[in-house]
Design a protein around this ligand. Structure first.
Ligand SMILES: *Cc1c(COP(=O)(O)O)cnc(C)c1O
Length: 387
C-alpha cells in the first residue's frame, strides 16, 4: 500500500493551536463516486470559497489528475487562482458579471455565468469591437429567486440569439432551492421548468444538479453535474449520511487540565455550573478559528433551541463542550477520560467520530458554513498517497 505523504500549509506544527488534516485521497474517492452517480453527465467540481475552505489550488490539482476539467467558482478572483495552476481548465464564474469586472473575466479566460439580459448585453458589447466572441453560460431562475433570467426570458432570448448571434452560450443552468429535501414539491416544479429551458437550448449542455440533486434521480442529471459539499465529505441530503468519506479532521491542542469541584462555574457569564467534581480540558481553538460559538453548551441565545452543544472526541469517548466558547479557547468536560489518555494532547473537534454535519447541527448551522469559516490559525496538513 502506498505511503500517505503529507504537505503542510498554514501555521507550523510546533506552535499551532489547532490541526486541520485534509485527506485528498478521500476527496478524490468522493469525486469518483459522484462521477459514477452522474451517469452519462460530465461531473464538474464546485470549488468556490477556496474549495469550501479546504484550499482550492490543491483540490483542483488532485481532481484534474483524475480527469475533472470543469470547475465552478463564485467570483473572478477565485477563478484566476485556478487558471494559474490549471490553465486549460474550464472555469465558470457563478456570480456573473458587472460593468467593471468584464475585462478581467474576459482576459482571464473565465466563462461567466450570465444572470440577466443586461449581463448578456454587457458581455456582447465587450466582444463586439474585438471581432471574436468568448463563450458564456446562462443562468435561469426556475424558482429559487436568487439569480438568473426567467424561464420566459431565456426561451425568448434563445430565439433572438438564433437570429442575431448576440453571444455564444456553451451551458444553460439553473439551481434547485430544495434539493436536500427530496420530497419537496418545488423540486418537481423546478425540474419541469428547467426541462422546458433545456429543450429550447437543445444544442448546448445543460446543468441543474448540485450534490443533493445527484442523489435525487437520473432526471436531474442533464449534461453536467455540479457537486460541491459532497466532495468535501458533507451531507448532501439533510440528515441522511451518504456513503461518501469524511475529508477533514480538525483537532485542538489541550493547553491545560484543571480539576474543579462541583458547584463551581465555567467560562464567561458563569453560565455552566458543575454538578459533579470535574476534570476540564482547556483547548487552544475558539470562535476566532471558525469553530462556532453557538456550539457553547450554555448561555448563547441560539443555543436555546438546540438541546445539546458541541462535543469533542478523545480516547474513544465523546466529551461535551462546557461553558461559553471564547475567542481563542474552549473547555471540554473530560472527567471520564483517563489522565494517561489526555497526555496525547489533542481532542478531535470534527472528523470520523464527530461528523462535520453533527458538529454543525450542534451549533445550529450547516456543514457548508462550518467548512467555509475554518480559520487561518491552524496547521494545515494535506495527506495523500500521490503528492
Ligand atoms: C454552491 C453551488 C453548487 C454546489 O452545491 P452543493 O450543495 O455544495 O453541492 C452548485 N451550483 C450552484 C449554482 C451553487 O451556487
Amino acid at each position: 500500500m502506498a505511503i500517505t505523504e503529507v504537505q503542510k500549509d498554514g501555521v507550523e506544527a510546533h506552535i499551532a493551536g489547532g490541526r486541520l488534516t485534509i485527506n485528498l485521497d478521500a476527496l478524490v474517492a468522493n469525486y469518483v463516486q459522484l462521477r459514477k452517480r452522474s451517469g452519462n453527465a460530465k461531473c464538474s467540481a464546485v470549488v468556490k470559497a477556496n474549495a469550501y475552505g479546504l484550499g482550492a489550488e490543491r483540490v483542483v490539482k488532485v481532481l484534474w489528475n483524475v480527469g475533472c476539467d470543469t470547475f465552478f467558482v463564485a467570483l473572478p478572483e477565485e477563478g484566476f487562482a485556478i487558471k494559474r495552476v490549471l490553465p486549460k481548465a474550464t472555469v465558470y464564474v457563478l456570480n456573473g458579471i458587472h460593468e467593471t469586472s468584464v475585462p478581467s473575466i474576459a482576459e482571464g479566460g473565465l466563462v461567466p455565468v450570465l444572470a440577466s439580459l443586461e449581463q448578456i448585453e454587457l458581455w456582447a458589447n465587450f466582444w463586439k469591437p474585438r471581432g471574436s466572441r468568448r463563450p458564456c453560460a446562462i443562468q435561469v431562475d426556475t424558482g429559487m429567486n436568487r439569480l438568473g433570467l426567467t424561464v420566459d426570458e431565456a426561451i425568448a432570448f434563445r430565439k433572438r440569439n438564433m437570429r442575431e448571434h448576440i453571444v455564444t452560450p456553451i451551458l444553460i443552468m439553473s439551481h434547485l432551492a430544495c434539493a436536500d429535501e427530496p420530497q419537496h414539491a418545488l423540486n418537481a416544479q423546478q425540474l419541469e421548468s428547467f426541462q422546458r429551458v433545456a429543450s429550447a437550448f437543445d444544442d448546448i449542455d445543460s446543468s441543474l444538479a448540485n450534490s443533493a440533486a445527484i442523489f435525487n434521480g437520473p432526471e436531474y442529471l442533464f449534461d453536467v453535474t455540479r457537486p460541491g459539499i459532497a466532495l468535501y465529505g458533507g451531507e448532501a441530503i439533510n440528515g441522511t449520511p451518504t456513503a461518501l468519506n469524511p475529508v477533514i479532521k480538525l483537532e485542538a491542542r489541550i493547553v491545560q487540565i484543571r480539576r474543579v469541584s462541583h458547584g463551581n462555574t465555567v467560562s464567561y457569564g458563569a453560565t455552566h455550573k458543575l454538578d459533579h467534581d470535574a476534570k476540564i480540558a482547556t483547548v487552544s481553538v475558539g470562535y476566532a478559528d471558525g469553530y462556532p460559538r453557538a456550539g457553547s453548551s450554555a448561555g448563547v441565545a441560539l443555543r436555546q433551541c438546540i438541546p445539546t452543544g458541541a462535543h469533542g472526541f478523545i480516547a474513544g469517548r465523546k466529551v461535551p463542550l462546557i461553558g461559553r466558547m471564547t475567542m481563542d479557547l474552549c473547555m471540554f468536560d473530560v472527567t471520564d477520560v483517563e489522565d494517561s489518555a489526555l497526555e496525547d494532547g489533542w481532542i478531535e473537534l470534527i472528523g470520523e467520530n464527530i461528523l462535520l454535519d453533527d458538529a454543525a447541527r450542534a451549533a445550529g448551522t450547516i456543514g457548508y458554513e462550518l467548512l467555509t469559516s475554518l480559520g487561518q490559525r491552524y496547521e494545515r496538513r494535506y495527506i495523500s498517497s500521490e503528492l
